[in-house]
Design a protein around this ligand. Sequence first.
Ligand code: PLP
Length: 454
Amino acid sequence: MSEVPQPPQRRRAQTSTRDLERYASLFAERTTVMRSSAMRDLMAITARPEVISLAGGLPDTSTFPPQTFAAQMTRIAQESAAEALQYGPTEGFEETKDCILEVMAAEGMLPDPEDIIVTTGGQQAIDLVCKTLVDPGDVVICEAPTYPGAVPVFCSYQADVIQIECDEDGMRIDELEALLEKLRGEGRRPKFIYSVPTFQNPAGVTMSLERRRRLVELARMHELLVVEDNPYGLLRYGGEALPPLYQLDGGDFVIYIGTFSKILSPGIRLGWAVAPPPVMEKIVLGKQAADLCTSTLTQYFVREYFAEGRWRSYVEDLVEIYRARRDTMLAALEEHFPAEATWTEPHGGLFIWATLPEYIDTGDLLAKALRADVAFVPGQAAYVGERGHNSMRLNFSGVDEDEIREGIRRIGKVIADQVDLYGALTGEQRLPPRAPAAPDPGADVLPFRKVSEG
Ligand SMILES: Cc1ncc(COP(=O)(O)O)c(C=O)c1O
């Protein structure tokens, strides 16, 4: 009698100690310093529909008209199905680069298309820059706080990350100068300085023109590379546009990273890097090894979308929506956060950075906030070391205004409980929430307590 074939069994999820040992001995050295992205972890938890997540950096993709999406995909299917389903060049299609040129021109930049590579999101561009430039132990300089998604990349390339304090005018260039001198004395040359100068993730601050000029000058003087990561430049809700570092430098010492994620869709995973030709040559080799090429299908989608000529009006719509959400969040913070807290008032981007009293640990606070069905990113995710324990990143683009108000109210409640507990233990009185103040249209930020103090 022949045996009845058994359906394949799903592999059990648990791993025994024996398995762990067997695999651990195979792991590369770098895995010991790899760390998880705080936002990725949180996204798994906040997927529960009852949780109001102010944690992600999610643009509101529900604002993109589904009919437009359907019409473009249909056109691609009807007119270029075979090409759209095929591999493409590692550097990306010329037509995608034309779209990138339009986006960069909107901020005053005019790169040579030959210097551009289309990547799988800006995140891959950060990874490829590190792959190209960083050996274990090399110095990488970035802001404090820095983009939380860059931290795991720097760590996985075993960089020696040095963070320079930020204030309301962005990275402290005087501190950078002092650091560069010190490193020179030690015979160490940083591989690059990573900065998000415009509407920074996570702090929401913008580097002043004077500091931008000085940074570019320093890069030239010391022959150092600056990596300018600029996903948010076009999401401006007030104030004057400042020239990107790439524009000020002309592209000799600035590697520029851009993305369609925040002005169109993160789901299409399309970003880009612009680099001087010798650097680009290596980046292209790194990209070949990583994934051969960026999705042809989504490049075709962007091409169709830009051909319609409405991308700028969609960005204008997003600006209106996010400006209102930012204002709602700022008003809710005034109402619900204790007077001991400070936060930034960004003129663009997607984030507000709040600093709480020294004795509050936002990692612990997050556990309590999740029990109240609300999430934020604890400040520590934006540091390589132990700093940032009493700060948090709050996103205002991913949920609507009612949810923002309710989310901030819930976080305010868990903070108030902590403050009361501290008061009961120490006998200190809690200050009432501050009275709403008229926003100062000239200021880029509200008081941003320097991280060195916190
Ligand atoms: C500063 C910064 N860089 C890079 C990225 C990665 O974006 P993506 O890979 O979706 O282009 C983000 C996303 O939030 C970001 O804020």
